[in-house]
Design a protein around this ligand. Structure first.
Ligand code: TYD
Length: 210
């Protein structure tokens, strides 16, 4: 049986990595042999593109240029890593996927159409995520948390107005794709509570199953 492709999304500093780690541990405990991935990166070319894209010292590029590079990394990751793992019956937990490109590079109707066209070209229906979990947090709070970490990448450095558009992009995505998206407002929740909500939303909560 094919594994489940689960994507964790949300603005910089929303707690995605922590929750991805916890979800992976939960799936492992359930015997699912999960694979934990992040975008951009994981493959050799993906890591090189990550270095280019997230270099805080680079000049601004047109969002289409960024989107093409994120999708180049995505295409490689999908075919080299995600598809074989799913075919083996493993669950895949990926931090970020196309919803990130919509939120960060697709902030006008024209750019959104560009990103959706790339998604249709690069991600075939059988490799679309089964569930997208969006951790929703106001830009001001998310940036406060992201700021606690070491060096900010170029996207984190673009400021609150940009990050607020990112958040709105995610919320719009969750509305339009309500069929496969779980939107979790995380303000005021501790990591245990967020973990519980994700598990319940995915049907992985032992209490809910009992
Ligand atoms: P990362 O360090 O993974 O951020 P975080 O830990 O917050 O998830 O850096 C990824 C950065 O790249 C993040 O600022 C969002 C940005 N990004 C895009 O702009 N478009 C995309 O398609 C993806 C995948 C990421």
């Amino acid at each position: 049986m094919r594994g489940r492709f689960l994507v964790l999304e949300g603005p910089d500093g929303c707690g995605k990595s922590t929750q991805a780690g916890r979800l992976v541990a939960r799936l492992a405990a359930a015997g699912r042999r999960p694979l934990h991935l992040r975008e951009p990166g994981t493959t050799p070319v993906g890591e090189r593109l990550r270095g280019l894209l997230l270099d805080p010292g680079r000049e601004r590029w047109d969002p289409r240029t960024e989107a093409l590079l994120f999708f180049a990394a995505r295409s490689e990751l999908l075919r080299a890593v995600v598809a074989p793992a799913l075919a083996e019956g493993r669950d895949v937990v990926c931090e970020r996927f196309t919803p990130s490109t919509l939120a960060y590079q697709g902030q006008t109707p024209e750019l959104e159409a560009f990103v959706l066209a790339l998604d249709a070209l690069v991600v075939p229906p059988e490799l679309q995520p089964d569930r997208v979990i969006v951790l929703d947090l106001a830009a001001r709070e998310a940036l406060g948390r992201a700021g606690d970490r070491s060096a900010a990448d170029g996207f984190e450095a673009r400021g609150t107005a940009f990050q607020e558009r990112v958040r709105n992009g995610y919320r719009r995505y969750a509305e339009v794709r309500a069929d496969h998206t779980l939107l979790i407002p995380v303000a005021g929740l501790d990591p245990d509570q967020v973990e519980q909500r994700i598990a319940a939303g995915l049907g992985l909560d032992p209490e809910a199953e009992a």
